[in-house]
Write a protein that binds this ligand. Structure first.
Ligand code: ASP
Length: 441
């Protein structure tokens, strides 16, 4: 019997978790995992990152040149950005409503705070986040805009600067529309072929996914050491998870209402990308798989998926912004209750929106931008390390969950935009890795 890919991945994850716990309790087990198991997870992530840039370039250039109509690009761009901003605001409002109702930070015992402070305040992970946040803060207000325009395309490609690559691909795609069809054809054919090749690479890399998630999950488990602190932060963590679950529900309603597709079908088709988002904590690394699922399994046209998904991976992070809202208020409830004013919560909505746009699609980027959210409401600088220390212990599992929401949000929006442009197909035929294998084996 041929097991569906998502089941294989789930089995890999469960075995990885069990293996991680066993290794945690064995002498030298952690070293064994980090030396001999974790590298396979790293190889998998490297492979996904390897193909992300050529995939964006090829599918966007090919897609835009297929649109045959520049006004469609404007429509698509505008709708994408508006829906992205809309869903992000919904996410932050959900987060703030939950944290203000449940108040997970109110009444945390002083000795727990002291314990967490002692353990994490000077932790390298916490100071690393603070350092990165201050580097980000030093840039001028329009720096993010300037950063979209590359001065050297090879640097942009080499450093995988997503927005720069998207800008370049759009620029090339539009110019291909503006020159004669005869002159455009060789380049369009080239990118079409490149797109097919990279999509095939996704199929092949995914054969390795169940083993890779085993390695990734085992590596996550060996990093947990203090379960006592984890339990103390349980109500905060549950608030975040509850908010993220509501967000998934919100997407499913959007899919049902606007595209008339079944929510279960949507989840079933997208699930391999969601599982990878969970295992890698990175929407950028998951991007090639998200694109493959959305185009080949959900039926979104290349030109829409090629634009909406890479842009979404970089700027649309609903899970991250929901988390930032909850984390900021939770920290205030514990160590700065006087800052909990209505105005500050409004400022959090605005800054968490911008912060999620500015967060990189990599593990724990959301925590770096949380510092900027806190600073925007005048959070005392000397309390910042303690604030981050408070949430540090549970950041990784929450990061895994919020990345699932980030990826699901991007896929949902791509469905909505495709539907509104008449570019959502009913019965897509997925390509398999071995479609042409018989002819060449
Ligand atoms: N890990 C998240 C992502 O890649 C970002 C974050 O919230 O830290 O989507």
């Amino acid at each position: 019997m041929k097991l569906a890919l998502h089941w294989k991945i789930i089995i890999g994850m469960i075995l990885g978790i069990i293996f991680g716990f066993i290794m945690n309790s064995v002498d030298g087990g952690r070293h064994f995992v980090s030396d001999w198991i974790a590298p396979f997870g790293k190889i998998f992530i490297n492979l996904l990152k390897l193909i992300a840039v050529p995939l964006i370039l090829a599918s966007l250039i090919k897609g835009i040149s297929d649109l045959k109509d520049i006004s469609k690009i404007k429509q698509m761009g505008l709708r994408t950005i508006l829906i992205y901003v809309g869903t992000t605001v919904v996410a932050i409002v959900i987060g703030l409503s939950i944290v203000n109702t449940i108040k997970p930070g109110a009444g945390m015992p002083q000795d727990t705070i002291e314990k967490i402070k002692m353990k994490y305040e000077n932790d390298a992970g916490v100071s690393d986040k603070l350092m990165k946040a201050s580097a980000q803060n030093d840039a001028g207000p329009l720096q993010a805009l300037v950063d979209i325009f590359p001065s050297n395309i090879f640097t942009a490609l080499g450093e995988a600067k997503m927005l720069q690559v998207i800008f370049f691909a759009l620029f090339v795609g539009i110019c291909l529309l503006l020159i004669s069809e005869k002159k455009a054809k060789p380049l369009v054919d080239f990118f079409d072929s490149l797109n097919e090749v990279v999509m095939k690479m996704v199929d092949l890399i995914m054969l390795f996914a169940p083993y890779a998630v085993f390695a990734l999950m085992a590596n996550v488990i060996i990093a947990f050491d203090d379960t006592e602190i984890l339990l103390k932060l349980l109500s905060y963590a549950l608030c975040v998870v509850f908010g993220l679950a509501l967000m998934i529900g919100f997407y499913l309603i959007l899919v049902k209402v606007y595209t008339k597709k079944s929510p279960l079908w949507f989840l079933n088709k997208l699930s391999p990308a969601q599982l990878l988002a969970f295992s890698t904590s990175s929407s950028a690394a998951t991007l090639p798989v998200t694109m493959e699922r959305v185009e080949e399994h959900l039926g979104v046209d290349k030109e829409v998926a090629g634009f909406v998904l890479p842009v979404g991976a970089t700027v649309n992070m609903d899970g991250t912004s929901l988390y930032q809202g909850i984390a900021a208020v939770f920290i205030m409830q514990v160590i700065w209750p006087e800052g909990l004013t209505f105005t500050n919560q409004i400022v959090i909505i605005a800054t968490a929106l911008l912060a999620s746009i500015g967060s990189a699609a990599v593990p724990s980027a959301g925590m770096v931008m949380l510092v900027i959210v806190l600073e925007s409401i005048g959070f005392p600088a000397e309390l910042l390390p303690i604030g981050l220390a408070l949430i540090f212990a549970v950041d990784r599992p929450l990061d895994m969950c919020r990345t699932v929401v980030n990826v699901t949000g991007d896929a949902t929006v791509s469905m909505l935009v495709a539907k509104s442009l008449g570019k959502l197909h009913d019965n897509p035929i997925p390509k398999e890795w071995d479609d042409n294998y018989d002819a060449v084996k």
